[in-house]
Design a protein around this ligand. Structure first.
Ligand code: NAD
Ligand code: GDD
Length: 322
């Protein structure tokens, strides 16, 4: 049994990770600005605190063997591609990383996981929706299309420098659009999977749903259970990373919207409207993941979306009753 800290335990992936670590018999402390809004937090101890404050970071890492650092100011295209939150995203996330890493090194934490993002890949390799390039070795020359991506790249380098200079064991994953139950589904920070489910579930039969852009932009999406499985395998491996954690099942956004519509069982049209779209195409490249972890995700996108739709539909019913 290890003593583990999950930073961002009040969030989507952090909440699921806490549950998984608990199921493996570890003692888990969570820290976040907020409680998990869907009650998805089984940690043994929870610190309601702000990791931008170095004192909170020091308190959080006290007596800890391993840290999972998922705290960040993040959201989907509607949050990170408008430019309106650039200063907050860079400042808030960088401070969390600087403080957690600095405190971990002083406390003698043995190993730390860092959640980077596919958003750090250069925009120039993601112009063709049918052939985006996101292999780990294509990161440089750096040219992420958002400040969110630049902060992730900076922080990857920060963790690697602590590994080189202080010997702290580091594991870095580049997540590619993770989705599933207990993820943000409204309020402006939601990503496309939740947005598509919500729009289809809320629409009246025979009407239409709005989809940003021309719908020809592509993405891949990874179901939360597979993300957590990959994180556990990476932590238990001897590979520092960075490594992609994503799915290779690429789909256009209009086809993805149609998938949500089909799951809803309604007849809905797609209305493409202007909106923040981000890169033109993105897909995970899992060669390195498979080579290093001898593992690849296997759940189909449609199966993950059915589970997600069902959960979001139930959340909408809860809101309606309120
Ligand atoms: P999330 O927003 O649900 O969780 C992040 C949590 O961090 C939130 O609960 C938030 O309150 C907390 N947090 C933010 N600032 C904090 C602070 N100053 N002090 C303490 N807590 C703070 O997001 P998520 O989807 O669970 O993502 C987890 C991590 O994975 C993030 O680092 C994110 O950038 C990264 N990531 C996620 C995806 C994805 O598709 N979900 C993709 C790429 C990378
Ligand atoms: N969120 C959202 N909501 N996206 C929509 C919508 C909508 O109603 N309609 C169409 N889209 C399109 C966006 O314009 C974008 O082109 C695509 O769907 C995917 O959007 P998101 O899922 O919001 O974000 P992303 O894939 O561009 O980036 C996400 O994944 C990264 C990792 O791969 C973000 O969550 C990043 O924070 C994350 O790091």
């Amino acid at each position: 049994m290890k003593k583990i800290l999950v930073c961002g335990a009040g969030g989507f992936i952090g909440g699921h990770l806490v549950n998984r670590l608990k199921s493996e018999g570890h003692w888990v402390r969570g820290v976040d600005l907020k409680e998990n809004e869907y009650g998805n937090n089984n940690s043994d101890e929870f610190i309601l605190g702000d990791l931008r404050d170095p004192v909170v970071a020091q308190k959080a890492v006290k007596g800890i063997d391993e840290v999972y650092q998922l705290a960040a100011d993040m959201g989907g295209a509607g949050y990170i591609f408008t430019g309106d939150h650039d200063a907050d995203v860079m400042n808030n996330s960088a401070l969390c990383n600087l403080n957690v890493l600095g405190a971990s090194q002083k406390e003698g934490v043995k190993k730390i996981f860092y959640s980077s993002s596919a958003c750090m890949y250069p925009e120039y390799n993601q112009m063709d929706p049918d052939n985006p390039k996101c292999s780990e070795d294509s990161a440089y020359p750096a040219a992420p299309d958002s400040e969110y991506g630049w902060e992730k790249l900076f922080s990857e380098r920060l963790y690697l420098s602590y590994h080189r200079n202080y010997g702290i064991e580091v594991r870095i994953a580049r997540f590619h659009n993770i989705f599933g139950p207990q993820g943000t589904w409204n309020g402006g920070k939601e990503k496309a999977p939740a947005a598509m489910c919500r729009k289809a579930a809320e629409a009246e039969d025979g009407t239409s749903i709005e989809v940003w852009g021309d719908g020809k932009q592509t993405r891949s999406f990874l179901y939360i259970d597979e993300c957590v499985e990959a994180v556990m395998r990476l932590m238990n491996s001897d590979f520092t990373g960075p490594v992609n954690i994503g799915s290779e099942e690429m789909i256009s956004i209009n086809d993805f919207a149609q998938m949500a519509i089909d799951i809803s069982g309604k007849k809905l049209k797609i209305n493409n409207i202007p909106g923040p779209t981000g890169v033109r195409g993105r897909n995970s490249d899992n060669k390195l993941l498979f080579e290093k972890l001898q593992w690849a995700p296997s759940l189909s996108l449609i199966d993950g979306m059915k589970k997600t739709y069902s959960w979001i539909d139930s959340q909408i019913q809860v809101e309606v009753k309120k």
